[in-house]
Design a protein around this ligand. Structure first.
Ligand SMILES: [Zn+2]
Length: 192
């Protein structure tokens, strides 16, 4: 399954459904629009957010965190070098109204026509999943990359079925949806 590396605490906030925008200097590739993507938390060991990371958030972002997660968030230990969840990027715009969207300055050329100086693309993040057990000790890469141990493929009836190769306890991997079971990591069907 395709993955993208994101620094903490942004990786956690994406998967927890708090941060609804991923900011990049490049446009979301069309073929990745609507595809579920693994979120890999990059970087070295990170201390608790308390004190050290408060400065990362502006006031509207801080308020979102306080209301949605409570201030306990600032005492969390966040995994790095790990695949911690997945999201679906569903749009790519400039100057999205979200508090998490980095804004692009609109300039004017000599004839007064507006243009974007250095565009920051706001990728809209939807349908977030935070894994109960992250996949640890995974090295990140640039751009979109393939993580081969998570994925699904069609069975003989064409149903997308889990092909994950993970050393994870079944009770963390499998989720019951009505009468059927699904893999929390790849989204594929799971046969007991
Ligand atoms: Zn799976």
């Amino acid at each position: 399954m395709r993955a993208i590396s994101v620094k903490q605490p942004w990786a956690y906030l994406l998967c927890a459904g708090i941060k609804d925008i991923e900011n990049r200097t490049w446009r979301l590739p069309e073929k990745m629009n609507g595809e579920r993507v693994l979120i890999h938390a990059s970087g070295g060991p990170l201390m608790p957010i308390a004190g050290h990371y408060g400065h990362l958030f502006d006031h509207p972002q801080y308020e979102t965190l306080r209301v949605k997660m409570g201030l306990d968030f600032f005492n969390k230990e966040l995994h790095t070098s790990a695949i911690i969840g997945s999201v679906v990027f569903t749009d790519c715009v400039i100057n999205h109204p979200s508090a998490w969207a980095e804004k692009t300055e609109v300039l004017a050329d000599e004839s007064g026509l507006p243009y974007y100086g250095n565009p920051i693309y706001n990728w809209v993040s939807s349908y977030p999943i935070l894994f109960d057990k992250p996949i640890l000790n995974v090295k990140g890469r640039l751009s979109f990359w393939n993580y081969p141990n998570i994925g699904c493929g069609p069975d003989e009836e064409g149903v997308q079925t889990c092909n994950c190769q993970l050393a994870v306890d079944e009770r963390f991997q499998v989720v019951a949806l009505g009468y059927e079971y699904r893999c929390r990591y790849c989204g594929g069907k799971w046969y007991k």
